[in-house]
Design a protein around this ligand. Structure first.
Ligand code: ATP
Ligand code: MG
Ligand code: MG
Length: 549
């Protein structure tokens, strides 16, 4: 996609480079709050921030926005680092907003000294009420006129732990009549006697997002601070702090967050799915998390390609989940080895094949590659497994598979002709009986027959059993967050189906992280719970889009 036109952020960066702003330097940051695992929306932000810097010879910092001690945890920090690396990006520096707590405190004191911040004893409700409405200005309270000395003392006492949670806050003295509500004396610090995953019990006051984020950008000398559209109303405040504190001139730019059909993307909601056991964990292969997609077998390159294709929008939109699946399919089709696996087995008995005999056949690993990318061998014998759907008791016209009187080629082996079938007491077909054509051996076929269908199979005596996990969309509606009631009511009850399959012996050597194509069935990868004694495969994606739009 070299030829695509520039997105609006690239245009801004190119103008800045051309005008010599910041000496042509580009430094972006990816600023996750370590309160959950990263999801596909974060992947978009990562690709954007790191991609922009890469394109213009710049750098990207990984900054943990860890100013809210209560929900944050090192487990999340570790998973975020792993996910960013796996996606294929390298950060310049690993930084933590909590490392700036001293500096941020100093900056707050600077504002107090300039008469631009004050300690307020009001409750949250009182502050909200005094803020007014978008059409009516707010009203100043008695705390707004506290002296600088009083404010300095009270703020020091807040820091020293003299007050309980909620007793006081530090507010910026901006403008109680500002049309932008975010400028009506916003909160800078709150009291929270909570243990922080990095600073421990050193602090009992914590900066609010608006005071921490922009100042962290400025401390790091970030040139382009990219965030999502919800932050547009915060931009004036972002600029106000930087201007009043005379800090490095970082700028905030906003783009539309990624929304995707059949998906929820807020960490709070994803955490509920984990806590309420609707999914196995954050890395459940049905989750839109990076770790879930990795476990499911989505290649990092396919996720990057998806992020590139959706582009950078300035308006909210909804991307179809099928596009992500398309990118995964396209990527896997080029690289994966083909293997035979029967997911819904029915036995096929070759009545004229000698009992106890085994023949070895071979097949190319990947017909998409010149030379087939090598080959592997697999055994053939009198009894084999085929897919139940490849046989019909009463086949309609143009059914090019098995039914009495019909012929198919068994992939890489012989042509067989169906003669009869066996049913159990309930009327279920239990065996299909065929005769094989000895002269039709694949690669050396002198039979003169050319059946239209080819089906996959595995030798019953040699097959390995495997647990196969078939995944479907986690939600049954396009936009679960926009439906009435709780989003969890819209979970798809059939999002996971566990089956036992018969697979060809070579699949015992499958490697975790390496996808395979089960011929005619889809792309699969070994799950982390797989063992030598019990193979477990995840279906990454089907071969074709089975959903009708
Ligand atoms: P969530 O709503 O899932 O909790 P968040 O925005 O609070 O997400 P952060 O950890 O603060 O999560 O996000 C880190 C970065 O990723 C931010 O710059 C944020 O704007 C960006 N980001 C989060 N969700 C999306 C999304 N759906 N699309 C694009 N960027 C996103
Ligand atoms: Mg956030
Ligand atoms: Mg959040």
């Amino acid at each position: 996609s070299e030829e695509r036109s520039l997105n609006f952020l690239e245009e801004i960066v190119e103008e800045d480079i051309a005008s010599g702003k910041h000496g042509g330097r580009v430094l972006t940051r990816f600023p996750p709050e370590p309160n959950g695992y990263l999801h596909i929306g974060h992947a978009k932000s990562i690709c954007l921030n790191f991609g922009l810097a890469q394109k213009y010879n710049g750098k990207t910092n990984l900054r943990f926005d860890d100013t809210n001690p209560v929900k944050e945890d090192v487990e999340y920090v570790d998973s975020i680092k792993e996910d960013v690396k796996w996606l294929g990006f390298e950060w310049a520096e690993e930084l933590y907003a909590s490392d700036y707590f001293d500096k941020l405190y100093e900056l707050a004191v600077t504002l107090i000294k300039a008469g631009l911040a004050y300690v307020d004893d009001s409750t949250a409700e009182e502050i909200a009420a005094q803020k007014g409405t978008p059409t009516e200005p707010g009203t100043p309270n008695q705390y707004r006129s506290r002296t600088v000395e009083e404010n300095l003392q009270l703020f020091a006492d807040m820091k020293a732990g003299k007050y309980p949670d909620g007793a006081k806050v530090l507010r910026a003295k901006v403008d109680l009549a500002a049309p932008n509500m975010h400028l009506r004396d916003p909160l800078m610090y709150r009291i929270k006697h909570a243990h922080h995953h990095r600073t421990g019990d050193a602090w009992c006051i914590y900066p609010m997002y608006d005071f921490a984020h922009g100042q962290s950008d400025a401390i790091e000398q970030i040139t382009h601070s990219i965030c999502t559209l919800e932050f547009i109303p915060h931009r004036d405040l972002y600029n106000w702090f930087i201007e009043k504190l005379n800090l490095f001139d970082s700028h905030q730019y906003e783009f539309a967050r990624l929304n995707m059909t059949y998906t929820v993307m807020s960490k709070r909601k994803l955490l509920q799915l984990v806590d309420d056991n609707h999914v196995e964990d954050w890395d459940d292969p049905r989750m839109p998390t990076i770790s879930g997609m990795r476990r499911r077998g989505y290649p990092a390159a396919a996720i990057r390609e998806f992020c590139e294709r959706i582009g950078v929008a300035k308006r909210e939109n909804m991307i179809d989940l099928s596009l992500l699946e398309f990118c995964v399919r396209e990527n896997l089709n080029k690289s994966t080895w083909r293997r035979m696996a029967v997911l819904d087995p029915i036995k096929l008995v070759i009545t004229n094949y000698p009992e106890g005999q085994t023949e070895m056949f071979s097949g190319e690993n990947n017909p998409e590659v010149e030379g087939g990318d090598g080959s592997r061998e697999f055994p053939f014998s009198k009894e084999i497994w085929i897919e139940r759907e490849d046989f019909m008791e009463e086949p309609p016209k143009k059914f090019f598979r098995l039914g009495v009187g019909l012929m198919v080629r068994l992939k890489n082996a012989y042509i067989v002709k169906c003669d009869s079938f066996v049913k159990d007491a309930e009327g279920n077909v239990t065996e299909v009986h065929c005769s094989y054509i000895p002269e039709s051996k694949s690669g050396n076929d002198t039979s003169g027959l050319s059946p239209k269908g080819t089906i996959h199979w595995v030798s019953a005596a040699h097959a390995k059993t495997a647990e196969v996990r078939l995944y479907d969309r986690l939600f049954r509606v396009e936009d679960p967050s926009n439906e009435e009631g709780d989003f969890k009511e819209y979970l798809n009850p059939d999002s996971l189906q566990i089956i036992n399959a018969y697979v060809e012996p070579a699949l015992a050597d499958a490697q975790m992280g390496t996808a395979v194509q089960f011929m005619r069935k889809g792309y699969f990868t070994l799950d982390k719970h797989s063992t030598a004694n019990k193979l477990v495969f995840n279906r990454t994606v089907t071969l074709k889009d089975g959903w009708k739009v």
